[in-house]
Ligand binder design. Sequence first.
Ligand code: SAM
Length: 385
Amino acid sequence: MTPGARVQAAIDCLDRILAGDPAEKVLTGWARGARYAGSKDRAAVRDHVYDVLRQKRACAALGGGEGARALMIGLIRLQRADPAAVFTGKGHAPSVLTAEELRTGQDAPPPQPELPDWLLPQLEARYGGDLATALAPLARRANVFLRVNLRKADRQGAMAALAEEEIPAEPAELAPTALKVTAGARRISQSRAYREGLVELQDAASQAAMETLPLRDGMTVLDYCAGGGGKTLALAGRARATYYAHDANPQRMRDLPARSARAGVTVRQLATEELAGQGPYDLVLCDVPCSGSGTWARDPDAKWRLTPERLAALNTIQDEILDAAAALVAEGGLLAYTTCSLLAVENEGRIAAFLARHPDWTCCFSRQWHLYDGGDGFFVAHLIR
Ligand SMILES: C[S@@+](CC[C@H](N)C(=O)[O-])C[C@H]1O[C@@H](n2cnc3c(N)ncnc32)[C@H](O)[C@@H]1O
């Protein structure tokens, strides 16, 4: 595909996303239908779409409108290129810029935070005058991090294995197991280091949060919201405990057997009705469903979809999960709560609400990772009875 054809394909995808379809579904559907598109074309179209969604406000200001075509014009200007070079009308490129489109963007307003307005007061309360700096990483592509599986390799060994396949990576400060991939990220899942379980894809702040959890050989650990099992595997890499995984939607755990086999660890999946029978557990981790606001650089579509109603519904689910999980913690055990969110209402707010409902519990540790720490936004709290 020519650069112009890629831009037109991105405009077509953005049209559907703006009409309400999820970005990931639209891009996957487009790629399936576009047999002529090679892997570089698919990557370029995906990058255009996600770059627009990360900076939709700046693109609209520079492109003179909120439609898909205007947003793409704005993105090209934001990247300090000339849209006229791509909007040629030749082949499959978008049609030539109109006089109006040529005029737009000259007197663009100052940049606005790239978030829905209703969320700003919550984040201003957290970051005050530093809001723009704190949220700036949301406008950029996120770093790709790997977690070294200490059962199979150390950081140096994993870096050497990745280097053999021209995937350079360097130690990341946030966690002792974290590597930052500096090139070739799209080839990770085909690499030997990945296929043989030396490394897993996992954000560095998420790894750092798992590092805070005290583990010892022989204890029982329940990952109550296991999903794909990323957190279970991070814990299982550290100690020879007995690991159980549970999720309200067991389908979410379908990849866990293959992932744990690759990692060389054993994780037993439990249905909800089996939880009490196998418990109580020394450590129960609740990696609850959340807004994902700490991951919006990776998934910018999500920030424009979140509504106050959805956030309130998530808070209810978060409370219900903590209440149910607390009942499964052994005497002297630890209840851990994590989100990949920057919003206090999902983090400190849920812990305060839990402590108000359960006066016999106390929070003995909590930490918020911010985007300026280098990874995703992430929160962890340790609760004891
Ligand atoms: C943030 S994701 C978990 C991600 C996972 N821990 C990982 O590291 O890959 C939250 C998970 O909670 C599950 N969930 C939602 N409501 C739940 C509930 N009431 N009880 C248990 N799990 C629930 C969802 O199905 C989802 O898989």
